[in-house]
Design a binder for this molecule. Structure first.
Ligand code: F6P
Length: 757
């Protein structure tokens, strides 16, 4: 669920409103009201003193007459009349020796004859009325120069307390109203000045970047103008550059970009699969290149950029070939970068790689109708191994802000783990497989942790816009983040992640190298001879890891249907299926292997003759050179994945066909189908359609083959893997600059508003 900007603005506004309000109320409650109260009481006491003295003067004459003759009844009447006044509570008269002579009934005996009002006041607690305290006044009465006695006047002060409470109430109410008005004015002024500030930034961003600075721009914006404009200018150039498809991306260009855009910063790649595996052979150590789209794509980028590649050392001779720091320089024939191997125990590999990554995340992300399996023990290993990789990356980094390229679903937690240790690093994560919809992803018991891990990335890349959309929707469903849909950014825990599609590709082969290979005609002949097929035999090629997502079973069914519907193809067409063994310790893969073999057996039994087999299955690893020879020898390449992030076999086939011949049959469920429109696009679940398209491919006129192949070749050449990496690195450089500018803007705006407040 996204927290919108307006919500943030609202909380900022509320703060601006509440703060002055609270300050003013506190001031009035703790300073103003007690002060006003004190003053009011003092005024009233003063009034009562004056009133007492006036009253004493009024009674004096009668007392001078009645006291000497002890006219008790007259005095009593006089006193009773006087205390009818609602505020005069009691009266008493004491002689000069302090003896109480006369008093009203309301005058408590305990009060006696105090000599001064202070002494009388001290007795207040003895006669405290329920409604409040009393005021005492002592007035001496003289007769012919002799002291007759003291008249004691006692006033009820409760009316003062009542008035004081009223006054407090009025003052408080007045201050509340004042505080609200002041707070509203503050909010209004702050809002207007923020709007003015934003307007200035907008004017600068939307105007001509070379025009002079608008004199109306807010003064605090002016120091930022050049930075903002430079950023805008660079973004424009980048966009133009991106649109300019005619510019070929080469290793040199990528190197130049690293130097110019990222000031030659160090590059670290981290993946589970290593690019070179050292295995113990019969007589010596052999180097193997794994069957991996990831390696196919990233290896040429590393050759161009140098740096360090951190990966799991899985080969049987890997430990024997590293130095004391677990480093080995690769490629073995011409070293240009460092491979740092991470060692895993069998239990770790089982839990992290086979278990969580390949029995859990792999089927979860591919819609191939295989149930994902999630085990807590696998998850624990996945977390621990991700941490191990993160520590290795941090150890390999020579600077605090390297560019780290994190690869694939094995390392989903790594971006955040690296971010926590190297907050200045630029982390580019690429997810090589599809990203499912939120419902499908939601079944992962650790979905939040996976999403949080990935959102440690600066840039998160997928093959297609559709996978990006699925990811953003998944985050929206399961995490509390701020999503900017237009900019395709997600802000989580203070970290901004750009989510973009970067369709992966291959290194366009060096034309000289291609020309130095045997010609297509020679290769066709050689391969057919190796397979025991006539020179003019039609050859289809399937080349995959032996994986249930690749649609190998459906491909065989389509071949069977072709032979059923077009019997003329029996004896004329053979499918060569090269399947690199993969994840074979998993039961799902063992079952799949058995299923594939059984199906080949069944179809071959059905259509074979003494000189013909419809399907040749080779479950074995092939070197890059061997794979390329087969691409060049085939009439049609069948890529029938049930779901595939990109599928680089399709692009490799196209790249190898410098003769502009051959047809690509491509599943609509691959990322590649979004780019290679001239392939024959099929739904692999629709066996009849796939068979019909296979027939169309095998009978396609040379001219049409050339047209289609030419167009696809030009696309793969332009949108090669250097462009893929280049686009991500350009975006990373842009985000680095953007973060610097945002930090600058924030510190400016803080200073600016601190000054205003
Ligand atoms: O498709 C995802 C991916 O990592 C590819 O990059 C690669 O082709 C394949 O899986 C390799 O799988 P593994 O490393 O398990 O052999």
């Amino acid at each position: 669920m996204a927290i919108s900007f307006s919500r943030l603005n609202l909380s900022r506004l509320s703060l601006r409103f509440a703060l002055p309000l609270a300050l003013i109320l506190a001031l009035s409650a703790y300073v103003v009201v007690p002060l006003v109260d004190h003053l009011t009481v003092r005024w009233f006491v003063h009034d009562l003193d004056a009133r007492s003295s006036l009253l004493a003067n009024t009674l004096e004459t009668q007392l001078q007459e009645y006291v000497p003759t002890n006219e008790r009844r007259k005095i009593s009447r006089l006193f009773d009349k006087a205390v009818k006044d609602e505020r005069l509570y009691a009266l008493a008269f004491c002689d000069a020796n302090g003896k109480l002579l006369y008093k009203t009934t309301t005058y408590a005996d305990a009060l006696g004859c105090p000599k001064s009002p202070e002494k009388a006041g001290a007795l207040n607690s003895l006669v405290r009325l329920p409604q409040g305290s009393l005021h005492f006044a002592v007035s001496p009465i003289d007769l012919e120069g002799e002291r007759l006695g003291n008249l004691i006047l006692v006033h009820d002060m409760s009316f003062i307390e009542r008035r004081s409470v009223d006054t407090k109430r009025y003052v408080m109410a007045l201050f509340v109203v004042l505080a609200i008005i002041i707070s509203l004015v503050t909010v209004f002024i702050a809002h207007m000045s923020w709007r003015g500030w934003i307007k200035s930034v907008r004017t600068i961003l939307s105007g001509d970047i070379f025009s002079p600075i608008n004199p109306d721009a807010a003064p605090e914006i002016k120091p930022l103008v050049s930075d903002l404009r430079a950023l805008l200018h660079e973004m424009n150039l980048e966009r133009r550059e991106r649109d300019n498809t005619s510019q070929l991306w080469t290793p040199e260009k990528l190197r130049g970009l690293l130097h110019d855009e990222l000031a030659g910063d160090e590059i670290l790649v981290v993946s589970n699969r290593e690019p070179y595996i050292h295995n113990k052979g019969k007589n010596a150590i052999e180097v193997q290149r794994p069957a991996s789209g990831l390696v196919t794509a990233v290896e040429p980028v590393m050759r161009a950029c140098s740096g360090t590649w951190v990966a799991h050392g899985a080969g049987s001779a890997d430990r024997e070939t590293v130095d004391s720091k677990d480093h080995v320089q690769v490629p073995p024939s011409n070293p240009s970068y460092t491979l740092r191997r991470v060692w895993l125990t069998e239990a770790e590999e089982n839990g992290y790689y086979y278990g969580f990554a390949n029995e859990g995340l792999w089927p979860l992300c591919h819609i191939a109708h295989v149930r994902p399996v999630f085990r807590s023990s696998d998850w624990e290993q996945y977390v621990a191994v991700n941490q191990r990789f993160a520590d290795a990356v941090v150890k390999e980094a020579h600077t605090d802000d390297p560019v780290v390229l994190v690869q694939d679903y094995h390392l989903a937690l790594l971006p955040r783990m690296i971010y926590e240790q190297l907050p200045k690093a630029t982390i580019i994560t690429f997810w090589h497989i599809p990203w499912p919809n939120p419902e499908s992803f939601g079944i992962c018991p650790w979905r939040e942790e996976i999403l949080e891990g990935l959102l440690g990335s600066t840039i998160l890349g997928f093959h297609t816009p559709f996978h990006c959309k699925n990811f953003i929707e998944t985050v929206d469903r399961y995490l509390e983040t701020r999503i900017e849909h237009e900019a395709s950014t997600i802000s989580y825990g203070g970290k901004l992640t750009q989510v973009e599609d970067y369709p992966i590709s291959i290194a366009w082969p060096d034309p000289e190298l291609v020309a130095s290979q045997p010609s297509v005609a020679e290769t066709r002949k050689a391969i057919r001879q190796e397979l025991g097929l006539p020179d003019d035999h039609l050859l289809g090629l399937g080349l995959d890891r032996l994986d249930y997502t690749k649609g190998i079973i459906e491909r065989f069914q389509a071949v069977e249907r072709l032979l059923e519907t077009h019997p003329s193809m029996i004896g004329r067409f053979t499918l060569l299926q090269i399947a690199a063994p993969s994840r074979s310790s998993l039961a799902e893969y063992q079952n799949f292997d058995a299923q594939v073999r059984a199906m080949v057996q069944r179809i071959n039994d059905r259509f074979s003759s003494s000189s013909y087999v419809p399907i040749i299955l080779k479950v074995e690893h092939h070197s890059t050179e061997e794979v390329n020879r087969h691409y060049r020898a085939a009439d049609v390449c069948l890529v029938t994945s049930l779901h595939d992030g990109m599928n680089l076999v399709a692009k490799e086939f196209v790249a190898e066909r410098d003769d502009e011949r051959g047809v690509l049959l491509l599943s609509q469920f691959t990322g590649a189908a979004r780019e290679l429109h001239e392939a024959l696009i099929v739904n692999p679940y629709h066996i009849d359609q796939t068979a019909a398209e296979l027939y169309r491919a095998l009978t396609m006129p040379a001219v049409e083959q050339r047209e289609r192949m030419r167009s696809m070749r030009s696309l793969v050449k332009d949108f090669n893997v250097y462009r893929w990496a280049g686009r991500m690195l350009v975006d990373a450089a842009r985000m680095r600059r953007r973060e610097r500018i945002i930090a600058k803007i924030q510190s400016h705006s803080k200073k600016h508003f601190a000054r205003r407040d």
